[in-house]
Design a protein around this ligand. Structure first.
Ligand SMILES: Nc1ncnc2c1ncn2[C@@H]1O[C@H](COP(=O)(O)OP(=O)(O)OP(=O)(O)O)[C@@H](O)[C@H]1O
Ligand SMILES: [Mg+2]
Length: 372
């Protein structure tokens, strides 16, 4: 069933999907709004622009002759970027598990559970929907009356991704955009999301759900921290983000191989050039611990950690954690139940590492210079 309503220059379609297989029972008959895109350089995501009342995005003003002024994101108190110049080192996996662990390890003395969100800024290869189990069915982001995007929530974590904005028939096609459109899309994902409105509970009662999950966010409150999953490299997206947004911390992910370390150094330098404080480094796939009855000695499959530790010391940056290469981590990502929220024994050691990283990240964010 579908109905169409005009919302300015684009259309907002409300779709009721019939029930599907039992594995997808949670998606049954959900009302979804899919913003039909009009691919223009000005508005590549096709967000409604002249609805009631219009809320034109306030793009950052260029100061006279200088770079654009950095701004805070709407309804977001702190921004934490998860990055690495190298592809495939586990940025998205770390970003998702870290965001979920930040939710589960409130800063000391906090009087309420923290509010955390996850923004997928990988325009060309978004992973967050898959990692959070939000890629099933034909999901789409709704828009508020004022035309802002409403995040999709699972595991109590509101998320936004390019994937939610593509019409279903384009969701699995590669995005072939040039620089200007990428920049505009990034700006829309940064400045046109209403993070106060992502409180829809989803997938309740799904097999494997943990008892006593965190309460869903109360509507109408800003995020304590937005974790941003960045694409690899120092291209358009990284530039747009770091030039336009006040970032309170950055976590750079590396693997032990020497080929990854040079990129790690470049990642840290990029942040330092744009005045962003690097919170610390994470060594992912640091070692493999064989399952019992084999001896539980960590095997450095991708090389010893020493070169990475030396790099961290030379950059005078803390090592926030060493995450093992762990089948439960990739299985968790593939199933939409990241290891940080899985209630089973497998991955328990990794869960603890993520919680420990989250604790250190909170500590650093709370005393970050940009918050003072
Ligand atoms: N600690 C880990 N143990 C096991 N598998 C892992 C671990 N970290 C990441 N992976 C797996 O490695 C693959 C790449 O991870 P991921 O997509 O998070 O990397 P990425 O750096 O975000 O990649 P890209 O540069 O393409 O965005 C995924 O299949 C993921 O499940
Ligand atoms: Mg990624």
């Amino acid at each position: 069933m579908a109905s169409l309503a005009s919302a300015g220059s684009s259309l907002v379609r409300t779709v009721l999907y019939p029930s599907t297989s039992s594995a997808q029972h949670v998606c049954q008959r959900r009302a979804l709004h899919i913003s039909l895109r009009q691919c223009s350089h000005e508005n590549p995501l096709g967000l409604p622009r002249s609805s009631d009342p219009p809320r034109p995005p306030k793009m950052p003003q260029r100061s006279r002759g200088g770079p654009p002024a950095k701004r805070s994101l709407p309804s977001v108190r702190r921004v934490l970027a998860v990055s690495s110049c190298k592809g495939g080192v586990g940025k998205s996996t770390v970003a998702a598990n870290l965001a979920l662990s930040l939710l589960r390890s409130p800063p000391e003395g906090a009087s309420r559970p923290p509010r955390v969100g996850l923004l997928d800024l990988d325009i060309f290869g978004p992973s967050v929907p898959k990692l959070l189990g939000l890629d099933r069915g034909e999901m789409g982001a709704e828009v508020t009356k004022a035309g802002a995007l409403i995040p999709l929530t699972n595991h109590s974590l509101p998320t936004m991704s390019m994937s939610y904005l593509l019409p279903p028939e384009q969701a699995s096609s590669p995005i072939v955009w040039r620089g200007l459109m990428v920049q505009k899309a990034v700006q829309q994902l940064l400045f046109d999301v209403d993070w106060r409105s992502g409180a829809r509970p989803q997938y309740e009662g799904e097999e494997g759900a943990q008892e006593g999950q965190l309460p869903e966010r109360e509507q109408g409150e800003e995020l304590d921290v937005l974790v941003i999953d960045m694409p690899p490299g120092t291209g358009d997206v990284a530039l747009t983000l770091t030039q336009l947004v006040k970032i309170d911390g950055a976590v750079v992910v590396s693997t032990p191989q020497e080929v990854a370390l040079e990129d790690t150094r470049k990642g840290v330098e990029m942040f330092s050039k744009v005045g962003v404080e690097t919170t610390g480094l994470i060594l992912n796939m640091a070692h493999y611990i064989p399952p019992p009855p084999l001896p539980q000695d960590p095997l450095p499959l991708f090389g010893p950690p020493e070169p990475f530790l030396k790099l961290a010391a030379s950059l005078q940056l803390p090592v926030l954690g060493q995450i093992p290469l762990e089948p439960a981590v990739s299985a968790g990502g593939d199933s939409g139940w990241p290891v940080a929220v899985r209630g089973e024994e497998a991955g328990g050691a990794t869960r603890k590492v993520f919680l420990d990283v989250a604790r250190k990240v909170w500590e650093s964010l709370l005393k970050s210079k940009s918050q003072q």
